[in-house]
Design a protein around this ligand. Structure first.
Ligand code: BT5
Length: 251
């Protein structure tokens, strides 16, 4: 699928996902894509905010996938793969942290927010939202993010325009979306595994639905769920939540 043709650039919006959701409700076709100069209410998952100053990439793409709702769990991973590949084309090796983080080392370069609308049990549409930090300022927006965010500029010294970054991501997104439709999720999940943070076999904690669970990260299963081996020997399939490595304090 070639989505580059329907990429539109707008000024400051609340959230590109909101704008695209409105367009979707008004009948916009699959592949409609939008970037904004800035967002006044950029959001992450679970009510968190996404800091969105001008100069960074805020991209949303509309999908109308002929997928079962269960198959949607591959989409955040698919988008992550596309962002990692696009970042590589700009000279940055990014790693993917389950479920939706694009990392360089310990710092967050970008994130993915998937929002779906249903008609009954059918998927009506999906908005894939992607934030990617391009400018060095991204890591300095607030004290809170100073040590946790990075940008393409901070990593390479090179300026990448939002339009250029969007084009790179959209072209990879199109490739992987076609593969998902044609071959199923296996190849997407394989690519995600290859690009993931190398923490398999290590201790991680997951906060899922307000509950904290700690265990050993085993991998992701065929639906993209995180497999966590708990200390009692039971393997948990985590479908959503936040995961982070747990450092053992020695001594
Ligand atoms: C995400 O959420 O990582 C998904 C971010 C998706 C943003 C895009 S921009 C285009 C589209 N329109 C939107 O409104 N959203 C999407 P989550 O995993 O919940 O991470 C949010 C957390 O990341 C925050 O709580 C901060 O700790 C951190 N954060 C916020 N802004 C950041 C930034 N610019 N760079 C790095 N980290 C950030």
């Amino acid at each position: 699928m070639n989505w580059l043709e329907s990429l539109e650039c707008v000024g400051r919006v609340t959230s590109t996902n909101d704008v695209l959701r409105e367009r979707a409700r008004a009948g916009a076709p699959e592949g409609t894509a939008l970037i904004a100069e800035a967002q006044s209410a950029g959001r992450g998952r679970e009510g968190r905010s996404w800091l969105s100053p001008p100069g960074n990439l805020f991209l949303s793409v509309l999908l109308r996938p002929a997928l079962e709702p269960e198959a949607l769990s591959a989409l955040p991973l698919l988008a992550g793969v596309a962002v990692a590949e696009a970042s590589a084309s700009f000279g940055v090796t990014a790693r993917l942290k389950w479920p939706n983080d694009v990392m360089v080392g310990e710092r967050k370069l970008g994130g993915v927010l998937i929002e779906a609308a249903f008609s009954g049990t059918c998927v009506d549409f999906v908005v894939v939202g992607i934030g990617l930090n391009l400018t060095a300022q991204a890591g300095k927006i607030t004290e809170e993010l100073r040590d946790v965010a990075t940008s393409l500029r901070a990593e390479t010294g090179r300026s990448v325009a939002a339009l250029e970054a969007a084009r790179a991501i959209l072209s990879r997104l199109g490739v992987w979306y076609d593969r998902l439709a044609g071959e199923g999720a296996a190849s997407v999940l394989g690519a995600w595994r290859s690009a993931s943070v190398p923490w398999w076999g290590e201790r991680v904690e997951v906060i899922s639905s307000g509950t904290r669970v700690e265990g050993t990260a085993r991998g992701i299963d065929e639906s993209g769920a995180l497999l966590l081996l708990k200390d009692d020997g039971v393997t948990l399939r985590v479908l959503c939540g936040d995961a982070r490595a747990v450092r053992r304090v020695s001594g």
